[in-house]
Design a protein around this ligand. Structure first.
Ligand SMILES: [Zn+2]
Ligand SMILES: [Zn+2]
Length: 152
C-alpha cells in the first residue's frame, strides 16, 4: 500500500502505509474519517505537516481504448484457437503474460502530481498494449474492430 502527502504546491511525498493506515498522523484539527476531508496531519514519511493527496483515477479515454483492445484481441485469439491455428496457444500465453496493470507514477517534471497510468505487467513501460502485444496484433489487423492507435 502507498499513498501521497502534499506539503505544498508541487511537493508530493510518497508514503508506504499498512492496510487501513493513513499516510499522515492526524493532527486532530479534522477528525478522520470525516466527510470534510482532505485530512491533514504529520507525514509518516518525513514528519512535516501535510494534506493527504488523492491520486485521480486513470483517464477514462485511455482506459476505454485499452479495454477495447483486450476484447478485440482476446476475441481474435479465441477464434484462432477454435480453428486450431498452430501459433494460437503461444500467442494466447503471451497475451495472458503481458497483462494490463494500473500503477501510480510520479511522471514528468519534478513537482508534477502523481498520476494513475497503465502499463504491461511484463514489460513495464508507459501505456498498454505494450510493444510485444502491438507486434502480435499487427497480424490480426484484418479482424473487424482494429484501431490504428494499436499499431506497433
Ligand atoms: Zn512528507
Ligand atoms: Zn508487455
Amino acid at each position: 500500500m502507498s499513498g501521497f502527502v502534499q506539503h505544498g504546491p508541487g511537493e508530493f511525498c510518497p508514503v508506504m502505509t499498512r492496510p487501513g493506515e493513513l499516510p499522515i498522523e492526524p493532527d486532530g484539527t479534522n477528525p478522520t474519517p470525516a466527510p470534510d476531508w482532505p485530512a491533514s496531519g504529520d507525514c509518516r514519511n518525513c514528519g512535516r505537516w501535510g494534506v493527504i493527496y488523492e491520486t485521480p483515477p486513470l483517464d477514462p479515454a485511455q482506459a476505454d481504448l485499452a479495454e477495447r483492445f483486450a476484447r478485440w484481441f482476446g476475441g481474435s485469439l479465441a477464434w484462432d484457437l477454435g480453428v486450431r491455428e498452430p501459433y494460437a496457444p503461444l500467442h494466447k500465453d503471451l497475451f495472458d503474460l503481458h497483462a494490463r496493470v494500473e500503477v501510480v507514477v510520479l511522471a514528468g517534471n519534478a513537482g508534477a502530481a502523481p498520476v494513475t497510468a497503465q502499463q504491461c505487467r511484463e514489460c513495464g513501460g508507459d501505456g498498454w498494449p505494450c510493444k510485444t502485444l502491438r507486434v502480435m496484433a499487427e497480424w490480426h489487423k484484418g479482424v473487424p474492430g482494429w484501431d490504428e492507435r494499436w499499431s506497433a
